[in-house]
Ligand binder design. Structure first.
Ligand code: DGT
Ligand code: CA
Ligand code: CA
Length: 576
């Protein structure tokens, strides 16, 4: 049974949750969470590393103890320690912890005073108005809990982060490709469109022997349950809970099937309507005039049948791509290779896990020519944020390293907290020393829309402000965006000569696709930034690029596709 990084990460996250409920040492809890993140962000499977005899304690954030635990999960699929913790903590409590706004302290209080140990009991207590009576809760919290409960997806309908889905999809697709006689395997659906989350996987294959590929699919080690099995279509549920459809199609209809199952549904309907206007019938089997097949072997042929050039999957949402294609104005979407640098990362000086030099070297190996070091500012104490004195020392270290570095330049930056009144968490004299200032909201998420918008605009007024980090503050599946008028923020950035970030972390992907397009139309450049906390996180840039493509961005719409000299010019604010 192959154990994937995502499986091991899930074990560590659960341990962290359980320890948190027990009120365990925060550093220990953080160690598990960091290890989970390391595993999720790794480009290689740790089971492969173990087979090659690699010492896992050399990975960032993984000590001897955790390395041993990883090996245990890899071998047995679980951890003795987890089994023990599960016995100690009622199972419903961890689900409570996942609701936004409920931390371990509150979960403890709910349990102690109201006997609440699962979601159902929580719902009852909230409906009966008992939560507002608890010290430190209040009517607003009670209302927020009811809303959070209402928004929870039903069992089995949770969507996976794209980056997590990739960890399941890539090995499975590789496994299918090894079937004798299989010619093509493509993961279609929302996965191919690079949506930030995916509901299920839709895989298409061309195979000479349909039975053989279905056999191999339903026999895959990670299959928990076979939901249906046929000669052209089978559906399974992986042990992780992810549903996967496999369809085996013929050569002549592969393009039609690929187009159909890539979707989106809205895009398909629009294309089909174009077909109808020309007397064509378009479905997953091909393009037909009467009973005669006129296209369908390739996707290009399907589009051509309705007079369109091929449209990149990321654009297929019926958000104007058909009209753009008809007018010959499809964007030339940005590619990962277009990025020349990264404008947001952390090192050991704050909450990152690698040194300056390790980060620089990894960025150079990733093909980047510059990397901005943007540590947290002092306000963020949990991340050991820098005060002016430590910042000064850090800048000196960057200067010294830059003298030695070849092939890459480090830029001096900061991820400075935007305080509640819109002022920045470091004095002007400190900010003036920097090549760029990335400003971020890390507190006071609950201000009114008006006040939050004003706060950010005021921060951008600051003459040293360069880029607004993760502009909406959302964490996918965890925290909704704060209330803010993004149109005004975009317009504000344009007027001031500032930029917006598209944070490439798989849980953020913030700015989202719709606002990226809006920024592009307003002429505001977007920085696709990794926000790397370790060398492995640089891999996340690919997800940032996926989101940027969904937002119609071309290389010229992206700040960090610029050569260094041009970047420096752009960062000098002319309007200040
Ligand atoms: P997901 O799985 O929720 O992340 O999103 P998708 O887009 O992968 O949706 P899914 O898995 O339900 O279906 C895959 C594709 O199949 C979808 O993008 C378009 C196509 N499709 C599904 N149902 C219909 C339909 O009723 N009409 C048309 N025209 N296409 C459909
Ligand atoms: Ca799907
Ligand atoms: Ca599906």
């Amino acid at each position: 049974m192959p154990v994937h990084n995502a499986d091991i990460a899930a074990v560590f996250d659960e341990i962290a949750d359980l320890l948190e409920i027990q009120g365990d040492n925060p550093f220990r809890i953080r160690a598990y969470r960091n290890a989970a993140r390391t595993l999720r962000d790794m480009g290689v499977e740790v089971t492969d590393l173990l087979e090659q005899g690699v010492d896992l304690s050399r990975l960032p954030g993984i000590g001897k103890d955790l390395a041993g635990k990883i090996a245990e999960v890899a071998r047995t699929g679980t951890l003795g320690q987890l089994q023990e913790l599960r016995r100690q903590v009622p199972p419903g409590l961890t689900e409570l912890l996942r609701l936004p706004g409920l931390g371990p302290k509150r979960v403890q209080a709910l349990r102690e005073h109201l006997g609440v140990e699962d979601l159902e009991a929580l719902r009852r207590a909230a409906r009966e108005g008992r939560i507002r009576e608890l010290p430190g809760f209040g009517a607003r919290t009670e209302q927020a809990i009811l809303e959070a409960l209402a928004q929870r997806p039903a069992e089995g309908q949770e969507r996976l982060l794209l980056a997590t889905a990739v960890q399941y999809a890539e090995p499975l697709a590789a496994w299918l490709r090894e079937t004798p006689g299989v010619e093509q395997v493509v993961v279609a659906g929302s996965y191919r469109r690079a949506r930030e989350t995916v509901g299920d996987l839709d895989i298409l294959a061309i195979a000479a022997d349909r039975e053989a590929v279905m056999e191999r699919f339903t026999g895959y080690d990670e299959v928990g349950r076979v939901l249906s099995r046929g000669t052209t279509r089978s559906t399974v549920l992986l042990r992780s809970g992810l549903q996967v459809d496999l369809r085996v199609v013929g050569h002549e209809s592969f393009g039609a099937a690929l187009h159909y199952f890539t979707g989106s549904k809205a895009h398909n309907i629009a294309v089909r309507r174009l077909g109808q206007e020309r007397g064509l019938k378009i479905n997953e089997y091909g393009v037909f005039r009467g009973s005669r097949r006129v296209a369908g072997q390739t996707e290009e042929s399907v589009f051509a049948a309705v007079g369109l050039p091929w449209i990149p999957p990321e654009l297929r949402e019926d958000r104007g791509e058909i009209e753009a294609a008809q007018a010959g104005r499809l964007p030339e979407l940005v590619r990962l290779e277009d990025l020349r640098g990264d404008l947001h990362c952390h090192t050991k000086a704050t909450d990152g896990r690698n040194s300056l030099e390790e980060m620089a070297e990894a960025a150079r190996r990733a093909g980047l020519r510059y990397l901005a070091i943007t540590e947290h500012s002092r306000r963020l104490t949990v991340a050991k944020g820098l005060d002016p004195k430590r910042l000064r020392q850090h800048l000196e270290a960057i200067d010294r390293l830059n003298e030695r570095l070849r092939g890459i330049t480090l830029l001096k930056g900061i991820e400075v907290d935007i305080l509640e009144d819109g002022s920045l968490d470091l004095p002007d004299s400190a900010l003036a020393e920097l090549d760029l200032v990335v400003g971020a909201v890390h507190s006071k998420f609950h201000l009114s829309r008006e006040r939050q918008t004003e706060r950010i605009l005021r921060a951008m007024d600051h003459r040293h402000f360069s880029i607004l980090a993760h502009p909406s503050g959302r964490l996918l599946g965890e925290r909704p965006p704060y209330e803010v008028d993004m149109e005004r923020i975009i317009e504000g950035a344009r007027q001031r000569g500032c930029f917006l970030e598209l944070n490439a972390h798989p849980e953020r992907l913030d700015l989202n696709d719709v606002y990226c397009k809006m920024a592009k139309e307003a002429g505001v450049l977007i920085a696709i930034s990794s926000d790397a906390h370790s060398v492995l996180d640089l891999n996340n840039l690919r997800f940032g690029v996926g989101q940027a493509r969904r937002g119609w961005l071309e290389a010229r719409d992206v700040l960090n596709t610029r050569p260094l000299a041009e970047l420096r010019r752009l960062l000098r604010r002319t309007m200040a």
